[in-house]
Design a protein around this ligand. Structure first.
Ligand SMILES: [Zn+2]
Ligand SMILES: [Zn+2]
Length: 151
Protein backbone atom coordinates (compact mmCIF):
# COMPACT_ATOMS: atom_id res chain seq x y z
CA UNK A 1 0.00 0.00 0.00
CA UNK A 2 1.49 3.28 -1.01
CA UNK A 3 -0.03 6.72 -0.90
CA UNK A 4 1.59 10.09 -1.48
CA UNK A 5 2.82 11.55 1.82
CA UNK A 6 1.79 13.62 3.57
CA UNK A 7 -1.50 11.78 3.31
CA UNK A 8 -4.23 14.41 3.52
CA UNK A 9 -7.97 14.40 3.97
CA UNK A 10 -10.90 16.05 5.65
CA UNK A 11 -14.65 16.47 5.79
CA UNK A 12 -17.06 17.26 2.96
CA UNK A 13 -17.21 21.03 3.60
CA UNK A 14 -13.46 21.46 4.11
CA UNK A 15 -13.54 22.83 7.67
CA UNK A 16 -11.85 19.76 9.17
CA UNK A 17 -8.51 18.90 7.58
CA UNK A 18 -5.84 16.43 8.65
CA UNK A 19 -2.57 15.04 7.46
CA UNK A 20 -0.26 12.14 8.21
CA UNK A 21 3.43 12.35 7.49
CA UNK A 22 3.55 8.54 7.28
CA UNK A 23 1.79 5.87 5.22
CA UNK A 24 -1.29 4.29 6.81
CA UNK A 25 -0.61 1.11 8.82
CA UNK A 26 -3.59 -0.85 7.49
CA UNK A 27 -7.21 -0.61 6.41
CA UNK A 28 -10.06 -2.64 7.92
CA UNK A 29 -13.60 -2.98 6.61
CA UNK A 30 -15.81 -2.86 9.69
CA UNK A 31 -19.37 -4.14 9.67
CA UNK A 32 -20.21 -3.29 13.30
CA UNK A 33 -23.39 -1.43 14.15
CA UNK A 34 -21.49 1.60 15.50
CA UNK A 35 -19.63 2.05 12.21
CA UNK A 36 -22.77 1.49 10.18
CA UNK A 37 -24.70 4.07 12.20
CA UNK A 38 -21.82 6.57 12.22
CA UNK A 39 -21.30 6.44 8.47
CA UNK A 40 -24.82 5.72 7.23
CA UNK A 41 -23.40 2.94 5.13
CA UNK A 42 -23.41 -0.88 5.07
CA UNK A 43 -19.89 -0.89 6.47
CA UNK A 44 -17.06 1.50 7.17
CA UNK A 45 -13.64 1.37 5.56
CA UNK A 46 -11.37 2.47 8.41
CA UNK A 47 -7.74 3.46 7.79
CA UNK A 48 -5.29 3.48 10.68
CA UNK A 49 -2.30 5.77 11.11
CA UNK A 50 0.49 6.10 13.65
CA UNK A 51 -0.90 8.70 16.10
CA UNK A 52 2.41 10.60 16.39
CA UNK A 53 2.48 11.10 12.59
CA UNK A 54 -1.11 12.29 12.43
CA UNK A 55 -2.57 15.72 13.12
CA UNK A 56 -5.60 17.88 12.47
CA UNK A 57 -4.26 20.95 10.72
CA UNK A 58 -7.25 23.20 11.45
CA UNK A 59 -10.10 22.96 13.95
CA UNK A 60 -10.54 19.73 15.92
CA UNK A 61 -13.58 17.65 14.95
CA UNK A 62 -16.55 17.20 17.25
CA UNK A 63 -17.03 13.74 18.71
CA UNK A 64 -19.27 11.39 20.61
CA UNK A 65 -18.37 8.15 22.34
CA UNK A 66 -19.73 4.62 22.29
CA UNK A 67 -18.48 1.69 24.35
CA UNK A 68 -16.19 -0.67 22.46
CA UNK A 69 -15.96 -4.44 22.95
CA UNK A 70 -13.16 -3.79 25.44
CA UNK A 71 -15.56 -1.78 27.61
CA UNK A 72 -13.45 1.31 26.88
CA UNK A 73 -14.81 4.39 25.08
CA UNK A 74 -14.54 4.59 21.32
CA UNK A 75 -14.70 8.20 20.10
CA UNK A 76 -16.31 8.94 16.74
CA UNK A 77 -15.13 12.20 15.20
CA UNK A 78 -17.17 14.25 12.76
CA UNK A 79 -17.40 17.77 11.36
CA UNK A 80 -19.79 19.93 13.35
CA UNK A 81 -20.69 21.95 10.25
CA UNK A 82 -21.30 19.35 7.53
CA UNK A 83 -21.66 16.26 9.73
CA UNK A 84 -19.18 14.12 7.77
CA UNK A 85 -17.64 11.25 9.73
CA UNK A 86 -13.89 11.86 9.83
CA UNK A 87 -12.19 9.53 12.27
CA UNK A 88 -12.20 7.43 15.40
CA UNK A 89 -9.97 6.88 18.34
CA UNK A 90 -10.24 4.05 20.79
CA UNK A 91 -9.10 4.36 24.37
CA UNK A 92 -8.38 0.61 24.22
CA UNK A 93 -6.08 0.89 21.16
CA UNK A 94 -4.17 4.11 21.62
CA UNK A 95 -1.31 2.96 19.36
CA UNK A 96 -3.46 3.58 16.27
CA UNK A 97 -5.46 6.55 14.98
CA UNK A 98 -8.50 5.70 12.87
CA UNK A 99 -9.76 7.70 9.92
CA UNK A 100 -12.78 7.00 7.72
CA UNK A 101 -11.31 6.00 4.35
CA UNK A 102 -13.65 8.18 2.31
CA UNK A 103 -12.38 11.28 4.10
CA UNK A 104 -8.98 10.85 2.44
CA UNK A 105 -8.40 13.18 -0.51
CA UNK A 106 -7.40 10.09 -2.49
CA UNK A 107 -8.30 6.73 -0.94
CA UNK A 108 -7.81 4.86 -4.23
CA UNK A 109 -4.43 3.42 -3.23
CA UNK A 110 -5.69 1.75 -0.04
CA UNK A 111 -5.73 -2.02 0.20
CA UNK A 112 -8.06 -3.37 2.91
CA UNK A 113 -6.64 -6.39 4.74
CA UNK A 114 -9.52 -7.59 6.93
CA UNK A 115 -13.26 -7.77 7.44
CA UNK A 116 -14.22 -7.03 11.04
CA UNK A 117 -17.50 -7.75 12.81
CA UNK A 118 -18.72 -10.21 10.18
CA UNK A 119 -21.24 -11.36 12.82
CA UNK A 120 -23.10 -8.06 12.33
CA UNK A 121 -22.69 -7.80 8.56
CA UNK A 122 -25.93 -7.31 6.66
CA UNK A 123 -27.20 -10.38 4.77
CA UNK A 124 -27.18 -8.48 1.45
CA UNK A 125 -23.51 -7.59 1.72
CA UNK A 126 -20.87 -9.52 -0.21
CA UNK A 127 -17.75 -10.01 1.90
CA UNK A 128 -14.43 -10.33 0.09
CA UNK A 129 -13.26 -13.90 0.88
CA UNK A 130 -9.59 -13.02 0.24
CA UNK A 131 -9.34 -10.78 3.32
CA UNK A 132 -8.66 -11.85 6.92
CA UNK A 133 -12.02 -12.54 8.56
CA UNK A 134 -13.07 -11.70 12.13
CA UNK A 135 -16.47 -12.44 13.69
CA UNK A 136 -15.87 -9.45 15.94
CA UNK A 137 -12.51 -7.73 16.10
CA UNK A 138 -8.94 -9.03 16.42
CA UNK A 139 -7.86 -10.00 19.93
CA UNK A 140 -4.82 -8.24 21.30
CA UNK A 141 -2.72 -11.23 20.22
CA UNK A 142 -4.15 -11.31 16.68
CA UNK A 143 -3.74 -7.57 16.50
CA UNK A 144 -0.09 -7.97 17.48
CA UNK A 145 0.39 -10.48 14.66
CA UNK A 146 -1.16 -8.06 12.16
CA UNK A 147 1.12 -5.25 13.36
CA UNK A 148 4.15 -7.56 13.17
CA UNK A 149 3.31 -8.67 9.63
CA UNK A 150 3.44 -5.08 8.40
CA UNK A 151 7.20 -4.67 8.27
ZN1 LIG B 1 -17.30 19.76 7.28
ZN1 LIG C 1 -16.83 -0.71 13.46
Amino acid sequence: MSLTTPVRGGCACGEIRYESSEQPLFTFLCHCLDCRRATGSAYAANVFFTPSAFKFTGPEPKSYATTGLSGMPLHHEFCGTCGSPVGTHSEAFTIIKGVRASSLDDPSGLKPIANLWNSSALAWETLDPDLLQFDTQPTEEEFGRIMASLD
